[in-house]
Design a protein around this ligand. Sequence first.
Ligand SMILES: [Zn+2]
Length: 281
Amino acid sequence: MNQTYGLIFFLFLFAPIFVFYEIFKKHWADKTLKKTFWIAVPAGVGAVFLTRFAYLLVEFFLGYDLRSFLSGNHSWQYLLMASICVVGLIEEFIKTAVGMVVATLVDSERGSTVIFISLVGCALGFSLIENFHYYTNFGASVVVPRVLISATAHLFFAAVCSVIIAKPNAKKRSDCKISLRIIAGILVASVIHGLFNFMVFYYEIVALNGIMLSIMFVFLLGIYEAWISVMKMDEQKVLCLTGCPGCGSIAFHHSRFCSLCGSRVNVLRKTGMIVEEKKDN
Ligand SMILES: [Zn+2]
């Protein structure tokens, strides 16, 4: 392969991370969120190696190679089960576990937006290595659309999972409820992940065709909606005087985001007035 082409492709592998970073730029005024992101991405890279180890264990107990099982001649029901219960579950479990460790280390209160950024950062790191793996195995030309597809899909799984996990956390529910939500988040993400893998594999979708573009559009919309809902959950306990780095407005409120432009706000002064807990709908 041409060397320049190879280098361009190699840089392209990092594109999802930098595009995400740029889109979320107005929220990096919050140092905790920024720190979370830059810890979560390498943690996601680490999660890939944990996943490989988990696959090795599964293959050891099953007694056969998973990759050749998946590409073998099986009924679609087998493939679907393997996609959800093995590939989906292992990958989503490890990514979520690593993401939650990052969220807890960075912010012991685990604000909803911190959970979102850590899971999504992990997903980006994870898909980076996955794409690199495909790149070395199949070459640049096959993999270019896959970078976009894989990064968007992993982001979507992580976004859905983080919304499910962040909800009881934001309302200060018991640990038991939070644990149940984490399990629910992992299960839902595993099912979506498995269904998506199955579809790509079964219908041999390797390029950005019409179906794939529609799915990507739905995924992007889902990621956006997930971010909006974790933003709404993320509130400060006390009323604060806040300054917005995005539009310069100064306001008294308990939200961590600017109501005018959506940027993460800086707390200028805490008033000490405790915001009343919102009642459930
Ligand atoms: Zn603003």
